[in-house]
Design a protein. Structure first.
Length: 372
């Protein structure tokens, strides 16, 4: 039997005690995503003692890192070798950890082009609800066979186990980048994005926003120098200064642009909803023009609590789903469920997985669904 490191051994013992007593545990790293999901309940189980880069092979494009390691520390290490996490995980205040990044499963502006967190998961170590240390996957893609538990942890919100270590695929930073600005309506932007998506263009991220009637599409290109320069000539638009616009893409990643911060002001809804829809979905009947990302696939809308049912029905009609991302008062329990209810057989699969990984139901109880 594997001898557990002291830090993991202490956490394992606490999990065993909690399972025996039926005491719920609230897994928490830097706390940057405490606002996300249902009510936070249970005794705090801190993952920040689990820190450090276990292995990094720049030539192999693989890094293995302890879950409590600050995300900023990992990104700084990668940047030193000209590499990055292409999916641009949000930080939400600067205290994000690698484990929280995986558990939340959230990705930034480049998601539609570069892929999501789960697409870069190679391996994971975790403590299950019995306090057992389990290892899945490895440090190369060929180690991932059968049921891919590593990817299953991405977006599970800590409900299946406490992540102790992850192995991630990383990529080189793109040689060239450019941001183009276009003045156009939402319908025009969606049409253009769909058309451009079918062409060999180095599209990386997009953001359409309506600010007091000024409707603007920002398009970010990344790739080889020749490809980016050719795309700029083909697409037109107003080219932005990279240094000047980079902070705005970071603010977009963390939902900190002025558009987001205006929630609850001047008649704007106080809840922030994240709408996930097909990229080809048309302009939707929403309480206000949304902020549109991911080439049309992600749409943010500020709304009142009374708009919840309407939003979910509207999105369901185009084959999408809606998430109450930030409630008007993040410290209170909203009457509206944060996530869309799962339909059969997905609901059954989720519950069976929960039973297998966390038989006593102690991990992040109610974080995703009230009874889960």
């Amino acid at each position: 039997m594997e001898t557990l490191p002291d830090g993991i051994k202490q956490i394992s013992e606490r999990i065993r005690a909690a399972a025996a007593a039926g005491t719920p545990l609230r897994i928490r790293g830097g706390g940057s995503k405490d606002f996300y999901g249902q009510t936070l309940v249970g005794e705090l189980l801190d993952t920040t003692p689990l820190q450090g880069i276990t292995a990094y092979e720049p030539s192999e494009l693989v890094v293995t890192v302890a879950a409590g390691t600050p995300l900023a520390e990992l990104e700084a290490l990668l940047a030193g070798s000209g590499q990055c996490l292409p999916f641009e995980p949000p930080h939400f205040g600067g205290h994000a950890t690698v484990g929280g990044m995986v558990a939340a499963g959230l990705s930034g502006p480049a998601r539609a082009s570069a892929g999501a967190v789960r697409d870069y998961m190679l391996g994971v170590k975790l403590l299950n609800g019995k306090g057992e240390l389990l290892t899945f996957g490895g440090q190369v893609m060929k180690n991932v066979a059968g049921y891919d538990v590593s990817r299953l942890m991405a977006g599970a919100m800590g409900t299946l186990g406490l992540i102790t270590e992850v192995s991630l695929k990383v990529l080189p930073v793109a040689p060239a980048e450019a941001t183009l600005k276009f003045e156009m309506s939402q319908a025009e932007a969606l049409q253009k994005l769909n058309a451009w998506g079918g062409q060999p263009l180095p599209l990386n991220a997009s953001c359409w926003v309506d600010v007091d009637g000024t409707r603007t599409l920002y398009l970010r290109l990344r790739g080889a120098v020749a490809a980016v320069e050719a795309a700029c000539r083909t697409l037109g638009g107003e080219r932005q200064d990279n240094a000047a616009v980079a902070p705005d893409w970071t603010l977009c990643r963390d939902q900190q642009l002025p558009w987001f911060l205006a929630r609850g002001q001047s008649g704007k809804g106080g809840d922030l909803w994240r709408l996930s829809v097909p990229q080809t979905a048309p302009v939707l009947d929403l309480p206000e023009p949304p902020l549109v990302e991911w080439h049309g696939a992600q749409r943010w809308v500020r709304a009142d609590a009374s708009d919840a049912q309407r939003l979910r029905q509207t999105v369901a009609l185009v084959g999408g789903h809606a998430t109450l991302f930030i409630a008007d008062d993040a410290n209170s329990t909203p009457a509206t469920a944060r996530f869309d209810a799962l339909k059969s057989p997905l609901d059954r699969i989720h519950r069976e997985l929960k039973k297998q990984f966390d038989p006593a139901g102690i991990f992040n109880r109610g974080r995703m669904y009230a009874d889960f």
